[in-house]
Design a protein around this ligand. Structure first.
Ligand SMILES: [Cu+2]
Length: 259
């Protein structure tokens, strides 16, 4: 569980930077336009806000790409990423416009330029605020529908798991199949005879794999499996093999190989 909980919060936390600071800077610019005497202290603050927001967008894009390898790539996530990549240049232009307005105001050389620059900043700020909000909305929907899909798949696996589990003490031979669905291996426990070939097939849209964890007679690691992919391992050494998915280490399985 830890992996998922440690991996997930980074992205939702980071996105608060643009979600909060873009509209805040926009409001700051609006105030600076109607209260020129406040500009000296207000505009420098207004530069910092979209600067932090831009940093947040960049970090969110990076952490979002890391997340995608574990949550899969649904239509909603694609839309979320598409909007995020559109929002990034808007926040960047907003930052530059605010910085230019603050700089000109601070130098006090071309006072007539301050107002037009503030107007440009206001327009780009409005656009950037809208796009950041749309990106957040699409991301929230992706998380919500992903959760529903997740519990659906999990329930399906739990219902079907008992029928595919090999009874204790019964050693299967030849070839055996393990399905990965709903973030779980089915069957979770498998007893086989030495020389058996085991095939893992991934039915989830998230990527999974299977690799030994802890002491094992021999280590194995399947390929990273996308939806529909399969990989096989031949068990030539008897003993107990505990394994996990390295993306979601709470996904565990065990193979007992008898001689
Ligand atoms: Cu996995």
């Amino acid at each position: 569980m830890l992996d998922e909980f440690l991996g997930l919060p980074a992205h939702p936390l980071i996105i608060h930077l643009p979600v909060v600071f873009v509209p805040v800077a926009f409001l700051g610019i609006l105030v600076a336009m109607v209260r020129p005497v406040w500009r000296t202290w207000l505009l420098p603050l207004c530069v910092g806000a979209p600067g932090l927001a831009l940093l947040g967008v960049q970090l969110a894009v990076i952490s979002g790409r890391n997340l995608r390898s574990t949550v899969g790539n649904s239509e909603l996530i694609k839309r979320h990423e598409h909007l995020a990549l559109q929002a990034r240049p808007m926040v960047a232009v907003f930052f530059v416009a605010v910085a230019a307005a603050a700089y000109v105001d601070w130098r006090r050389v071309k006072a007539a330029m301050v107002l037009p620059l503030l107007i440009v900043a206001l327009l780009t700020g409005a656009l950037a605020s809208t796009w950041v909000a749309r990106t957040g909305d699409a991301g929230g929907k992706a998380v919500w529908e992903g959760e529903i899909g997740y519990s659906d798949r999990k329930a399906k696996v739990e219902a079907g798991a008992t029928s595919t589990t090999v009874a204790k003490g019964e050693a299967a031979s030849g070839t055996q199949a393990i399905e990965i669905a709903g973030f779980a291996f089915a069957p979770k426990d498998l007893t086989i005879k030495v020389g058996t070939i085991v095939t893992w097939t991934n039915s989830d849209s998230a990527r999974h794999n299977a690799q030994t964890r802890g002491k094992a007679p021999a280590d194995f690691k399947t390929k990273d499996l996308s939806k529909g992919d399969k990989d096989t391992v031949t068990f030539d050494k008897p003993g107990e093999y505990n394994y996990v998915c390295s993306f979601h280490t709470y996904m565990t399985g065990r193979i007992m190989v008898s001689s």
